[in-house]
Ligand binder design. Structure first.
Ligand code: ADP
Ligand code: MG
Length: 291
């Protein structure tokens, strides 16, 4: 890979890491209490929660996309979120990651970090990693280079060509490669990987940043059955070391990985419990069968 290409890749990641122009102004309480120092690893989970949402509301042109949402996730938990299209699942992730600002409500990471006082890159550096639906790996870089780049940009040295991984970082990269089942493909160009492998690589890029909470939006969409099974295995190995929030429509996948399932509908929690409990809930059946 040429230095130019490396620099170009790093610039593109740095650009992705910047908040998207949403038309929102950094006004009000957010700007006033803005914290520039985001300290990863400082999240306080002594009260038994890694993520806490209370009475969150968001309207888009008068339409209530999120309407009184409450959610509580324990450290190391793997929470599955299901719900019909338009329920507000992606918007909920947008709020947690700072992409969308709620009109009202409380959003805490651990018991001390008020996420509404942080912007999108700060929230990422605090230890919340997000995986969007489409893989966004750098196709012209190798698997190794993608993982290395994820670490570099996280460390805030996007333009350094002389950055070398220290031995702890090398160990981490090797561990991540093994976790995402790509150790045998380390030198392959990301563009030559299957769709499922690209998704795993992107999860690996998030893991390089050692997030405490991972948000995954429809991670097995478009995967083959075999890739879906391996993704379930992957998530089960991540559970405990990380907290995970997984939005997915594939019920057999949910059944394999789920403990507690939250059903979202009309921007609020409709039901919560095991998959069997929520699938047996009259209100959930009604929503899925159509009203
Ligand atoms: P889900 O992910 O559960 O399918 P979304 O969170 O994407 O649902 O969307 C919830 C609702 O909010 C939908 O009706 C969607 O059209 C609307 N919505 C989401 N984002 C915006 C936006 N930026 N502007 C206007 N409406 C939006
Ligand atoms: Mg969605």
């Amino acid at each position: 890979m040429t230095p130019d290409l490396m620099e170009d890749g790093a610039r593109r990641i740095a650009k992705i890491a910047r908040p998207a122009p949403t038309g929102q102004t950094e006004s009000g309480g957010r700007a006033a209490g803005f914290s520039r120092v985001a300290v990863p690893g400082a999240v306080d989970v002594a009260h038994g929660r890694i993520l806490y949402l209370e009475d969150v509301h968001v309207s888009f042109d008068g339409f209530k996309a999120i309407n009184g949402l409450n959610l509580d996730i324990a450290p190391g938990e793997l929470r599955c979120i299901i719900g019909p299209n338009g329920a507000g699942k992606t918007t909920m992730m947008d709020i947690i990651t700072g992409k969308t600002r709620p009109d009202q409500g409380t959003v805490f990471f651990g018991s001390t970090i008020d996420l509404l006082r942080h912007n999108e890159p700060e929230i990422a550096s605090l230890g919340i990693g997000r995986k969007f639906q489409k893989p966004t790996v750098f196709e012209q870089l190798s698997v190794f280079e993608n993982l290395e780049l994820a670490l570099k940009t996280h460390k805030g040295v996007p333009s350094s060509l002389f950055f070398r991984l220290d031995s702890a970082q090398q160990d981490r990269l090797a561990e991540v490669l093994h976790t995402i089942h790509l150790a045998a493909s380390v030198r392959r160009m990301a563009g030559n990987l299957s769709h499922g492998q690209k998704q795993w690589l992107e999860i690996g890029m998030l893991l390089m940043q050692e997030p405490q909470l991972l948000l995954l939006d429809e991670p097995v969409a478009g995967m083959t059955d075999e890739e879906t099974v391996r993704t379930a295995e992957l998530f089960l190995t991540l559970k405990g070391k990380h907290s995970l929030m997984v939005v997915e429509h594939d019920m057999s996948f949910i059944r394999t990985i789920s403990e507690k399932v939250t059903v979202l509908c009309d921007g609020a929690v409709l039901a919560e419990g095991t998959l069997d409990q929520v699938q047996g809930d009259e209100r959930v059946i009604e929503v899925y069968l159509g009203r």
